[in-house]
Design a protein around this ligand. Structure first.
Ligand code: TXA
Ligand code: MG
Length: 346
């Protein structure tokens, strides 16, 4: 795989102004972030949220992350910003961290899937920030938030390039969906989500979704432990077991079982696309690809969704992927891969 182009692409101010106007009119704009591309709409316009759900084919009871510019007034969105949240913001924003806070009363519940919380994230990507600033400037309150899930159909692989978004929504032309270019997303997997909405009830902080920023880093900044989700935690769609899946069945196989798994798949007359950490040394016409994965978890994460799309394009009988190490550094990657593979279990 070639190394992805830099996200420091030219900022097209005219295009960003057009996109901000589109958001103001209740329309949809796909935009780059450092994690994945988002499918954005005005967070305060329930009809825009409805359009996002319709385009994604996503159930409308799922909450959506609200993206804000670095200078946003968070009390426009959240009824309170606890000290723990402020500490995480000072440390990790702008960046791949989403905070779940109690929702301010005047913010429509549609963006929160009806829950009394709000998910807030300030992305670091320059195109995302330019869009968020341009949009906020158009709002009478001076506060503008862009609600955006990942710009893919529900349950499918998230996009890390503008070309992925175009491939995902071939039915939507520029008059329905503006797609802003921003190069390849450098983090490559969705933001870490931390629930801080129940601190007053004595619950939390709780890790709802692992990501590039680890629970250990968050615990170090907060000076206390970070919990794992319980039944009362806000719902997170990425936490459905089958998610992030390519169309080709994906199997995760430990290194020592790899050769046997490939041979078994080939014996049945099938074809396989492989992604491994060390070359297998196997040659067979049924092996349509053997991709060498990065040994570093951050590089692996950056390339992951592009790799899954690439392997999917071979239309092999199976994608067989060597399971990454089961260590904290690989937690976010293992989470996404586990869900992608779960889509094909049982
Ligand atoms: O990196 C990311 O977070 C990307 C980019 C575009 O920023 N966005 C993303 O969005 O992954 P999405 O919708 O695929 O995942 C957002 C998650 C959802 O699983 C949602 O349930 C959770 O954040 N979330 C958003 N608002 C919430 C709220 N009010 N309460 C609880 N969870 C919330
Ligand atoms: Mg998603």
């Amino acid at each position: 795989m070639t190394s992805p182009e830099s996200p420091a692409s030219v900022l097209d101010e005219g295009r960003i102004a057009q996109a901000a106007q589109r958001l103001l009119a209740g329309g949809l704009v796909a935009f780059p972030t450092e994690t994945v591309y988002g499918l954005g709409g005005d967070a305060e316009n329930p009809q825009a949220i409805e359009r996002i759900y319709a385009a994604k084919g996503r159930p409308s009871n799922h909450p959506v992350i609200v993206h804000v510019a670095p200078e946003a007034d968070l009390l426009h969105w959240a009824s309170s910003v606890p000290e723990a949240a402020q500490r995480l913001i000072d440390h990790f924003w702008p960046g791949p961290l989403t905070l779940i806070l109690p929702r301010a009363e005047h913010i429509p519940a549609a963006v929160a899937g009806g829950q009394d919380t709000i998910g807030l994230r300030c992305p670091s990507h320059p195109v995302a920030q330019a869009l968020l600033r341009a949009f906020a400037a158009l709002k009478p309150s001076g506060q503008g938030g862009v609600a955006a899930p990942s710009a893919n159909k529900f349950g499918q692989v998230s996009p890390t390039r503008a070309a992925h978004v175009r491939a995902e929504f071939p039915e939507l032309g520029d008059d329905t969906l503006i797609i802003l270019e921003g190069g390849a997303s450098q983090v490559g997997i969705e933001s870490t989500i931390i629930d801080l909405s129940r601190l007053e009830q004595g619950v939390g902080p709780v890790l709802l979704r692992p990501g590039h920023i680890t629970a250990e880093q968050i615990a170090a900044v907060l000076g206390g432990p970070v919990g794992l989700p319980d039944a009362a935690a806000p719902r997170v769609s990425g936490s459905l077991k089958a998610h992030y899946a390519p169309r080709t069945p994906l199997r995760l196989v430990p290194g020592d079982a790899l050769t046997a798994a490939v041979q078994q798949a080939l014996q049945a007359g099938g074809s396989v696309a492989l992604a491994v950490f060390q070359p297998t040394g196997l040659t067979h016409p049924g092996i349509v690809a053997e991709h060498q994965c990065a040994a570093d978890p951050n590089t692996f994460a950056r390339d992951l969704y592009h790799l899954l799309r690439m392997l999917d394009a071979f239309r092999a009988g199976q994608i067989i992927m060597q399971a990454p190490p089961d260590t904290p550094a690989w937690r976010a990657v293992c989470d996404r891969l586990g869900r992608a593979a779960a889509a094909f279990e049982g």
